[in-house]
Design a protein around this ligand. Structure first.
Ligand code: OVM
Length: 399
């Protein structure tokens, strides 16, 4: 017989401004509270230890996504948008859309983008090093994905400013209806309309990933009426994520001069810098699942129909998994297994695109700049699920 207990209660609100700006105290309290805790601020449980977050992500039968991956339970509340066919579904439905998406975005199809992405990366790196001082968020982390990604998807010209706005809404929607989500939703209607219009067959360049979704529908891989919604996943998941990933990697390197020197000496190491930065400052800090049965975790029971916050950020710095230096950015660490892209059947399908963008723009900059340093205080960006910066002033010294 297993003795089971109720999880301990944690009184800290993971979606308060203070925690969103500096989540590390919350992470530690969550991990130390136990394998699972109940949040007093929300009708939800939370998991922060690496092994338990990972296990929950892999157990997609008990921890479902179809009731939403934010605090809202779609079985109780109306979703803020038509749910995603990928993010907010479970097998067997999820399997169909995931397979279709996987045939469109995979290491082979992404390899074909290398040439198209290289020119803009080299050009931007030339300009930035020439300038010497720039904002690593607006001038690089936002600028580069916004130059190459809409083109890869085949999004029509004009209105691309809606892409950042849409990501910000979609990720704020992971949290409660706090001031961040209310503000995002209040400004949302024109952005939502532009996004919907951008997913139509006629709006998409025939050479891009978006048109490839329509072709998959024509082949019968997915129902034709679902094509726009599957195209929408590119616009939800493809911009703000890479913007935060590039910004956080630039932050990690700007505050670790020895790591910059190492990637400058050997630019192939930017790929390791990227993964370690994803571990250290995971752009997506949080997604939730919903239990459909009672689930026992190391003697603690989460009841059925509960929302469970999975803290990728806490798991990525769990000393049980990463050792006593978990809180440090270490270029030489084996950061494989970090949870920044998730784990299991929902693991990020766009990973190869993110990795290609990072390798090309960070590599181009690392070859040209011998040194980098902060040129002012980084300004945190507040979002219920994303951790990152709205401004990161840096100075680089040309090689
Ligand atoms: C989607 C999606 C997928 C991954 C992440 C995400 C808001 C959205 O399919 O809409 O973040």
């Amino acid at each position: 017989m297993t003795i089971t207990t109720s999880p301990p209660t944690l009184d800290i609100d993971p979606f308060s401004d203070e925690v969103l700006v500096d989540p590390y105290g919350f992470h530690e309290q969550l991990r130390e509270a136990g394998p699972v805790a109940r949040l007093s601020a929300h009708d939800a449980y939370a998991i922060g230890r690496y092994e338990q977050v990972r296990n929950a992500l892999r157990d997609h039968d008990a921890f479902v996504s179809g009731r939403g991956v934010g605090l809202d339970d779609f079985a109780q509340e109306k979703p803020w948008r038509t749910p995603s066919l990928l993010l907010e579904t479970d097998p067997p439905k999820h399997s169909t859309y995931r397979a279709a998406m996987g045939s469109i975005v995979n290491p082979r199809t992404v390899r074909a983008l290398r040439t198209a992405f290289t020119g803009p990366a080299e050009k931007l790196a030339d300009e930035l090093v020439e300038r010497g001082r720039f904002d690593a968020v607006t001038d690089l982390a936002e600028a580069f994905p916004l130059t190459v990604f809409p083109q890869a998807v085949g999004i029509r010209p004009g209105g691309h400013e809606h892409l950042l706005a849409y990501g910000s809404i979609a990720f704020n929607a992971v949290g409660p209806r706090n001031h961040l989500l209310e503000a995002a939703l209040a400004a949302a209607p024109p952005t939502m309309a532009w996004i919907d219009d951008s997913c139509a067959r006629d709006a998409l360049d025939p050479a891009g990933f978006g048109a490839a979704v329509w072709s998959a529908a024509d082949r019968g891989d997915i129902p034709v009426q679902d094509a726009p919604l599957l195209v929408r996943s590119f616009l939800s998941a493809g911009i703000d994520t890479t913007v935060h990933a590039l910004g956080n990697t630039m932050h990690a390197l700007a505050v670790h001069p020895e790591a910059w020197a190492a990637v400058h000496a050997e630019p192939g190491r930017v790929r390791f810098a990227f993964d370690e930065a994803l571990r250290w400052e995971a752009p997506v800090q949080t997604f939730c699942r919903t239990t459909v049965t009672d689930v026992e975790i190391d003697g603690s029971v989460i009841p059925a129909d509960a929302k469970v916050l999975l803290s990728y950020g806490a798991a990525n710095r769990d000393p049980r998994r990463w050792g006593p230096t978990a809180h440090r950015f270490e270029l030489d660490r084996s950061s494989g297994g970090h949870l920044a892209f998730g784990m299991g059947i929902h693991q990020c399908v766009g990973q190869p695109i993110a990795r290609l963008e990072a390798e090309l723009i960070l590599g181009a900059l690392a070859r040209r700049a011998a040194r980098i340093e902060l040129d002012g205080d980084p300004v945190p960006k507040l979002n219920n699920a994303l951790l990152g910066w709205s401004s990161l002033p840096v100075r680089v010294v040309s090689a």
